[in-house]
Write a protein that binds this ligand. Structure first.
Ligand code: DGT
Ligand code: CA
Ligand code: ZN
Length: 560
């Protein structure tokens, strides 16, 4: 289905037409893109039946363009515009506060074409001289450049992993394929992914390479050799396949799982033991001594097996040498989900539906934690609604325990937006910031941690991948206070949040904090996000002992 691609190209045409100030055509292209974006059926169906012009906002001219995109994957009209304006739209539009209109001004006044130009002029203070930008915005643009650079072209793990698994299963389906494994950042459970790396063993490399490069998902072949090929998928994501021999597969998997920094350290360790490590094996005195499995290579290096999630050169090699690695939390050890929304606020399902789904996931308990009232958009709970919700839960008789909870807002002054006498009726109170402000964010969170009604802080740093950086926080003070008061810190499993993130989880555990992995589900499928939270917790060295919702119902009841 090429709907997304077509919409993207039409929108890009509109971006360029803004530079020409062709307002009317800008609107026409945006409208067509919008229609196609929201179309529930495959746009190709309409094209085949020559019915494109029946869609709202699509006239003859744009219909022809859509046909060209569907046939060739490209649009010559867009290519003409790109030649006329050699501007890196993707990068510039990703910068906070910059739209097509600003791009036009920046291009005309300062010849800014890409991030590099933009950074150069922002550092020189040229941007602030432009009307409507000013010093503050120039500062924000500089920060945003850094942020965009680190995310450009990357995807969420939750987006890329299922695609990787699908391609893996396709390769596994080929009769000549033997072992097939996903390596790289996906195997390490990284929160964002640059590309997909797959390794396989086979006796017929040519057949596998031909098969891989002719897959339906391969929009373009980037490289094709005898032992390696790279394809580009429809959405631009690249997938690389490498072929190895059975006896060297462990070494290859170790190498291509990375991370790069981990590989460098591991090779250093090998050298210090007069050995040599590469993607084909571990060698001593010119003789290969280990290569078939990762386990035997770690062993020959005098190390415990290091789980892929830990391979970030963050102390794991030293810990493995001492036999001191944590025994990482697993998803099957999660006994319940302590942050769930329902139709009582902005969720889409009833309490009963969510509870039944949780039961089928094998959970012993959930906590229903709808938003409090001051979040207007969320249709939150007031005192009266909360009382009715409590009664509803009391009347439900399901095979999963339901903790009565709420997710209260931490106001700008650090106070909660629900009075104490109501909070004290509830089993569990999660306090979260939903409206960052100019006030000191650390102080706001600290005052929530110190509130005796608060059990947990939800998504503590507020970051959203690709969207928003974390609040400026003094995490040392927060972790210290959370550990002292026994306030639980959340690992929010929403793939956009994953907050606390890996490195902070490790730090929080060192401070002695207790953590919970919650999905913050608003819809039924969100309950499955637990997996991403667990991966992140593993990357943060968390054991079941650190995660409160590994406790069985009898034990956790003593806390709430
Ligand atoms: P990504 O794709 O940016 O999300 O991150 P990775 O870690 O998957 O990186 P990628 O795909 O470039 O390479 C996969 C692994 O292969 C990487 O983690 C380590 C290994 N690797 C690739 N190139 C090199 C290299 O030049 N030196 C070393 N030591 N390792 C490399
Ligand atoms: Ca990769
Ligand atoms: Zn929530």
């Amino acid at each position: 289905m090429k709907n997304a691609l077509v919409a993207k190209i039409l929108n890009r045409v509109a971006d360029f037409l803004e530079l020409k100030e062709e307002t009317f055509r800008v609107r026409a292209y945006r409208r067509a893109a919008h229609t196609i974006q929201l179309l529930p059926t495959d746009i190709e169906e309409y094209a085949k039946k020559r019915k494109l012009t029946e869609l709202p906002g699509i006239g003859r001219n744009i219909a022809e363009k859509v046909e060209e995109i569907l046939e060739t994957g490209r649009l010559s009209y867009l290519e003409k515009l790109e030649k006329e304006y050699p501007i890196d739209m993707d990068s510039l539009l990703a910068i906070e506060g910059i739209g097509p209109k600003t791009i036009k001004i920046l291009y005309e006044k300062l010849k800014i074409k890409n991030l590099q130009d933009l950074e150069y002029h922002a550092r020189r203070g040229d941007l602030r001289k432009i009307k409507g930008i000013g010093e503050k915005k120039e500062e924000r643009i500089l920060q945003s450049i850094e942020f965009v650079r680190s995310t450009l072209g990357r995807r969420l793990l939750a987006y890329a992993e299922p695609i990787a698994e699908y391609i893996k299963s396709l390769i596994e389906g080929h009769p000549a394929a033997e072992r097939v494994e996903i390596a790289g950042s996906i195997r390490r459970g990284g929160e964002t992914i640059g590309d997909i790396d797959i390794l396989t063993t086979t006796k017929k490399p040519k057949e596998i390479i031909d098969y891989f490069t002719s897959l339906e998902v391969a929009d373009e072949i980037i490289a094709k050799g005898t032992k390696k090929a790279i394809i580009r998928l429809e959405d631009g994501l690249e997938c690389e396949l490498r072929i190895f021999r059975e006896e060297e597969f462990g070494a290859a998997l170790l190498y291509f799982t990375g991370s790069m920094e981990f590989n460098v350290e591991l090779r250093k360790l090998a050298r210090s033991k007069s050995m040599k490590l590469n993607e084909y094996g571990l060698y001593k005195n010119g003789k290969r001594i280990a290569s078939k499995t990762e386990k035997e290579i770690f062993k020959a290096l005098g190390l415990e097996y290091i789980q892929p999630e830990l391979r970030e050169n963050n102390g794991e090699i030293e810990a493995a040498a001492r036999g001191n690695l944590p025994s990482l939390i697993r998803e099957d050890q999660i006994m319940g989900d302590l942050h769930i929304h329902t139709i009582w606020s902005d969720g889409t399902e009833t309490i009963e539906t969510m509870a039944r789904a949780a039961k089928s996931l094998g959970y012993e308990y959930i906590a229903v934690t709808d938003h409090s009232g001051s979040l207007k958009i969320a249709g939150g709970l007031d005192e009266e609604k909360l009382q009715r919700q409590i009664e509803e839960i009391d009347n439900l008789d399901l095979k999963v325990h339901i903790f009565k909870g709420i997710e209260v807002n931490i106001r700008l002054d650090g106070q909660l937006d629900i009075p104490d006498d109501i909070l004290s009726k509830l089993d569990i109170v999660i306090a979260s910031i939903h409206s960052p402000g100019r006030e000191d964010m650390t102080e706001r969170i600290l005052s929530a941690i110190q509130d005796k009604h608060v059990h947990m802080i939800g998504h503590p740093t507020g970051r959203k991948l690709f969207q928003r950086e974390e609040y400026p926080l003094n995490l040392d003070r927060i972790f210290e206070e959370a550990a002292k008061t026994g306030t639980i810190l959340e690992i929010n499993a929403n793939p956009i949040r994953l907050d606390l993130r890996d490195i902070y989880i490790k730090k929080a555990i060192e401070y002695g904090c207790k953590l919970a992995i919650n999905t913050d589900a608003h819809r039924l499928p969100d309950l499955h996000n637990m997996k991403w939270g667990v991966k992140t917790a593993r990357r943060g060295w968390a054991t079941p002992h650190d995660i409160i919702n590994t406790l069985k119902i009898e034990k956790i009841k003593r806390i709430f």
